[in-house]
Write a protein that binds this ligand. Structure first.
Ligand code: NDP
Length: 309
């Protein structure tokens, strides 16, 4: 049973050395050097060439090399009946919570403004926003959203969460479904998007949604670039509806030269680094799933195709 690494945009050497070291018995190949295709039963995927999976007739598992699976599900020729798994990792979860906290504090303490002032030699104290007065709303109460909520609560921020199905999380005001979106938005001074990208969440961060937030709200998007209608964000900021945004993900990555987000005084841009995957740390769960599949068991962390995440 061959494991095939199919992630042309990632550095294969690091993944291969960790997987070989931790799973020396695995027949691991790197696409396009795939050997006999009928022997490939387990594919590791990150932004694979669309349509490529159909060349492997005996596939038993497609494993995403990240938390998200949108890059796999967008393939119109996904082989039917093959489970798709995602990574779930405590260190990556922690890293995302750190990112969200840093973005929230950057806004409430005004560091971006002070940086601008420094560049102009301006000494201008501004009173920081107090955590207890800044209501944070997190879209997506899954692995990442829950942890981020706990981190923000521990810093004194009132936190609400919005999910597809109702949740009970201590200390978090819970909202669910389309009917819960309005009351959730109207109490979100800072809106954090940690949703998976699905047909229901694509372009959810648009003009209509911004209009339902309190005036001057702040947006943090660390999920996927396609959640956001970029032109609507620019209009909402220039019209004063939103005070600014911190973005880690973009419709086109890398963010193209000349894009209006570059150099925008109210937008913080980070290059999709909120939570990076460390091959050495996640190799054990990939190898464990390989052995499960080999033994005829269902892989762990398989996604639900109906839900799309
Ligand atoms: P999970 O699958 O654990 O959680 C998803 C959450 O979103 C759930 O609470 C789910 O609701 C909710 N949700 C899904 N669809 C809807 C909807 N239509 N309406 C309301 N709520 C919805 O995902 P993770 O927390 O692990 O990850 C979220 C995303 O973060 C990933 O898919 C990935 O795209 C992105 N990501 C970004 C990274 C970066 O570096 N920038 C790194 C890692 C991940 P319910 O609980 O009811 O199912």
């Amino acid at each position: 049973m061959t494991m095939l690494f199919m992630a042309p945009k990632l550095k294969a050497s690091s993944w291969v050395s960790h997987l070989r070291e931790q799973g020396p018995d695995i027949d691991l190949r790197v696409w396009p050097d795939d050997g006999p295709r009928e022997e490939v039963e387990f594919i590791l995927s990150w932004k694979h060439p669309l349509g490529e999976f159909r060349n492997y007739p005996n596939l038993k598992c497609i494993a995403s090399l990240g938390f998200g699976v949108d890059h796999i599900l967008r393939d119109p020729e996904l082989p039917p009946g093959v489970p798709v798994t995602r990574l779930v990792d405590a260190a990556m979860t922690r890293a995302m919570s750190e990112y969200v906290l840093a973005a929230v504090l950057n806004h409430t303490r005004g560091f971006t403004r002070f940086l601008r002032d420094q560049g102009r030699g301006v000494w201008q104290p501004r009173v920081p926003l107090h955590p207890s007065e800044v209501r944070v709303g997190i879209m997506g109460m899954g692995t990442l959203g829950r942890d981020a909520a706990g981190t923000l609560l521990s810093q004194g921020f009132p936190v609400a969460g919005w999910s597809r199905t109702p949740k009970q999380i201590e200390g978090v005001a819970a909202f669910a479904g389309p009917e819960g979106l309005d009351p959730f938005l109207t109490r979100s001074d800072i809106l954090v998007c940690l949703l998976p990208l699905t047909p229901a969440t694509r372009e959810i961060l648009d003009r209509q949604l911004f209009a339902r937030l309190p005036a001057g709200a702040y947006l943090i998007n660390a999920a996927r670039g396609d959640h956001l209608v970029e032109e609507d964000l620019l209009a909402a900021i220039s019209g004063g509806r939103l005070s600014g945004a911190c973005l880690d993900v973009f419709r086109t990555e890398p963010l193209p030269a000349g894009h209006p987000f570059w150099g925008h005084p109210r937008i913080v841009v980070t290059p999709h680094i909120a939570s990076l995957t460390y091959p050495g740390a996640v190799a054990p769960q990939i190898i464990a799933n390989y052995h499960r599949v080999r033994a005829g068991q269902a892989p762990l962390n398989a996604i639900d195709f109906e839900k799309g995440y």
